[in-house]
Design a protein around this ligand. Structure first.
Ligand SMILES: NC(=O)c1ccc[n+]([C@@H]2O[C@H](COP(=O)([O-])OP(=O)(O)OC[C@H]3O[C@@H](n4cnc5c(N)ncnc54)[C@H](O)[C@@H]3O)[C@@H](O)[C@H]2O)c1
Length: 269
């Protein structure tokens, strides 16, 4: 007896949940590290990707990689701490593309220093980039999404937005702020078609980590974090792409205000 049941259309089913063909995705910080992996992953899922970053050379390489793989992408110089420039960028993207479906806020930086010595200018820089940059880019792109009645914003927070570790006080404050920013945007926009979620990555293998370690000349924080890691290796940027695709696509259409840890179980302890 032959099995007469139809072959399931796996590809069609998955495309319906996670496919992004015809959609436009903006990725801040898309020139490097996690943002570059998100840009490539979103393009691979079919989205046209717009990288907004201050790093032209690296962004150009990401655009080339996407195009060589058959996707489409473009780069714009945008300093996310400059609210006027962010608003001009959002207007331009709306008039160029006619739609803005996904925003990933991945631009960010870290600064390590004991609290009693923490410099005011470093504090202001970290808060302006990680927290204010996320807020006002989300406001600018979110206004376009609200007008269209649809959109998904994904903020890159950190396990440091949910727990504390030493010598990163401004960073932890900024990421705690990103978590609450995510929740407040999600609440205000839940009934208007715009979803706002966050990802809280554990320790990842990107330049931000190298820079942060070089800053203090010690590995105290890394030792501390790695002592607590269940899986004793850094997360690779590609390993976060599935979470971004889930939150970007229709498979998560009822998910908003959520903070999704991608941390090898770090926060479970
Ligand atoms: N790497 C980790 O371990 C880790 C863990 C948790 C969260 N995160 C977060 O992930 C995000 C990405 O970090 P990463 O690890 O990819 O670091 P990264 O240094 O590789 O990338 C940061 C990107 O932000 C861009 N950027 C910096 N200032 C900018 C500005 N003013 N305007 C626009 N772009 C700007 C940089 O040019 C760079 O491309 C950050 O928000 C970071 O806090 C990283």
């Amino acid at each position: 007896m032959t099995d007469a049941s139809p072959t399931p259309d796996v590809a069609g089913f998955l495309l319906g949940l996670f496919g992004l063909r015809g959609r436009v995705a903006v990725v801040t910080g898309g020139a490097s590290g996690l943002g570059a992996a998100f840009a490539k992953g979103l393009a691979q899922a079919g989205a046209h990707v717009v990288i907004a970053d201050i790093g032209a050379d690296l962004a150009g390489e990401v655009v080339d990689t996407i195009e060589q793989a058959g996707g489409t992408a473009e780069y714009w110089y945008v300093d996310v701490t400059d609210v006027k420039a962010v608003n001009v960028f959002a207007d331009l993207m709306e008039s160029n593309h006619g739609r803005l479906d996904v925003l990933v806020n991945s631009a960010g930086a870290a600064y390590r220093c004991p609290i009693e010595e923490f410099p005011e200018d470093a504090y202001d820089r970290i808060l302006a980039l990680n927290l204010k940059g996320t807020y006002f880019m989300s406001q600018a792109i979110g206004r376009k999404m609200l007008a269209a009645g649809t959109g998904s914003i994904i903020n890159i927070a950190s396990i440091g937005g949910l727990i504390a570790y030493p010598h990163s006080s401004a960073y932890l404050a900024s990421k705690g702020g990103v978590v609450q920013t995510t929740r407040s945007f999600a609440l205000e926009w839940a009934d208007r078609g715009v979803r706002v979620n966050a990802i809280a990555p554990g320790l990842c293998d990107t330049p931000i980590l190298t820079k942060a370690l070089a800053m203090s000349g010690s590995t105290t924080t890394t030792d501390f974090i790695q002592d607590r890691q269940i899986v004793r290796r850094l997360i690779q940027p590609d390993e976060l792409v599935g979470a971004v695709l889930f939150l970007a696509g229709d498979g998560s259409r009822k998910v908003t205000g959520h903070v999704l840890a991608v941390d090898d179980g770090y926060l479970v302890q």
